[in-house]
Write a protein that binds this ligand. Structure first.
Ligand SMILES: NC(=O)C1=CN([C@@H]2O[C@H](COP(=O)(O)OP(=O)(O)OC[C@H]3O[C@@H](n4cnc5c(N)ncnc54)[C@H](O)[C@@H]3O)[C@@H](O)[C@H]2O)C=CC1
Ligand SMILES: O=C([O-])CC(=O)C(=O)O
Length: 346
């Protein structure tokens, strides 16, 4: 029964692109050892994300770290009869053990929004958390691929890059802001509007991860549907406000956790596939980039054995999308600079 259930979860996940190459998903025996560490593992995102990583046969060691509650989450996850061996860590002094040997470090540590807040309102608390955790990453697993989930992503990724530069470990190919949830939302909203099967649609989302800096490119959606300008504007706005929609619905009890865990698991799975040499693994991500004048930008990225293998350009965009791009640049630029300044001053 349990095996059947696991198979059905795996197959649902596989259909939705979580493991776009079934080759690696179904058999664990042929997959190399891979350690994945989750920092903030006992939180709203951390718990379901840890479970999804435990279900991923590409993971051989799952290391869970949080300031509180990790032993329970680790014990719970460890009973799931899948490949990964689970360990939980809670004390600062155990961070070294938690991180050593990690191939991928996923960071959802930090506070979430409440109604009325912007992601930037989280900066004062989360910037320090991210800086501290990245200092430990630089020390204990400098070669890991870092998947930054903590908000504001537009600033936390630049903070991480400065910390790694300071430590002498920075490799731009290994640092990713996780923007997969924007793609997940754009796909869902597009499929709902067009009546296309959600499993077959794809929509690139570029820019950053806050409000108008989130720019879905519906002109490049696949398959193409004949939507009018009003529909495109409404879909764009809903994708940009997707996080706020959840924050308001949760009415003070946090922000997206389940959809984020799903999105984070898809992105980590893509990183693992790239590391394992699976070809043509492409996801949107906020990375160091020269696609625009900004030092960081989200666009389609091909993942490989070194992390980022290739950053795709923006492709052809509609006039509406070009306007959106022009509008987002100043805000994204200042959020990036804010992160860089923080890393130097604090
Ligand atoms: N990139 C994205 O698309 C998304 C990002 N987020 C962001 O993810 C972050 C986490 O959200 P939730 O899980 O809902 O929050 P949460 O409050 O439920 O969980 C955060 C966890 O981080 C832990 N934590 C705090 N400081 C830590 C430290 N120094 N070391 C280790 N763990 C630490 C807390 O103990 C807590 O368990 C927030 O900043 C939120 O805005 C949320 C949704 C989407
Ligand atoms: O909106 C938030 O605060 C959390 C987030 O980044 C998202 O759901 O996209």
């Amino acid at each position: 029964m349990r095996t059947e259930f696991l198979r059905s979860v795996q197959s649902a996940v596989r259909r939705s692109n979580y493991a776009s190459s079934t080759r690696n998903f179904s058999s664990s025996a042929s997959n190399p050892e891979r350690k994945v560490t989750v920092l903030g593992a006992a939180g709203g995102i951390g718990q379901p994300l840890s479970m999804l990583m435990k279900l991923n046969p590409l993971v051989s060691t799952l290391s869970l770290y949080d300031l509180a509650g990790t032993p329970g989450v680790a014990a719970d996850c460890s009973h799931i009869n899948t490949r990964a061996q689970v360990s939980g860590y809670m004390e600062d002094k155990d961070l070294a053990k938690a991180l050593e040997g990690s191939d991928v470090v996923i960071i959802p540590a930090g506070v979430p929004r409440k109604p009325g807040m912007t992601r930037d309102d989280l900066f004062n608390i989360n910037a320090g958390i991210v800086k501290n955790l990245c200092q430990h990453v630089a020390k204990h697993c400098p070669n890991a691929l870092v998947n930054m989930i903590s908000n504001p992503v537009n600033s936390t990724v630049p903070i991480a890059s400065e910390v790694f530069k300071e430590a002498g470990t920075y490799d731009p190919k290994r640092l990713f802001g996780v923007t997969t949830l924007d793609v997940v939302r754009a796909k869902t909203f597009y499929a709902t509007k067009t009546g296309l099967s959600v499993e077959e649609v794809n929509v690139p989302v570029v820019g950053g991860h806050a409000g108008i800096t989130i720019l879905p490119l519906f002109s490049q959606a696949f398959p193409q549907a004949n939507l009018g300008e009003d529909d495109i504007v409404a879909l764009t706005k809903r994708t940009q406000d997707g996080g706020t929609e959840v924050v308001e619905a949760k009415a003070g009890k946090g922000s997206a956790t389940l959809s984020m865990a799903y999105a984070g698991a898809i992105f980590a799975d893509a990183c693992l596939k790239g590391l394992n040499g699976v070809p043509d693994v492409v996801e949107c991500s906020f990375v160091e980039s020269n696609v625009t004048e900004l030092p960081f930008f989200a666009s389609k990225v091909r993942l490989g054995v070194n992390g980022v293998e290739e950053i795709h350009g923006l492709g052809s965009m509609s006039d509406y999308e070009k306007e959106g791009l022009a509008k987002l640049i100043p805000e994204l630029k200042s959020s990036i600079q804010k992160g860089i300044d923080f890393a130097h001053k604090n």
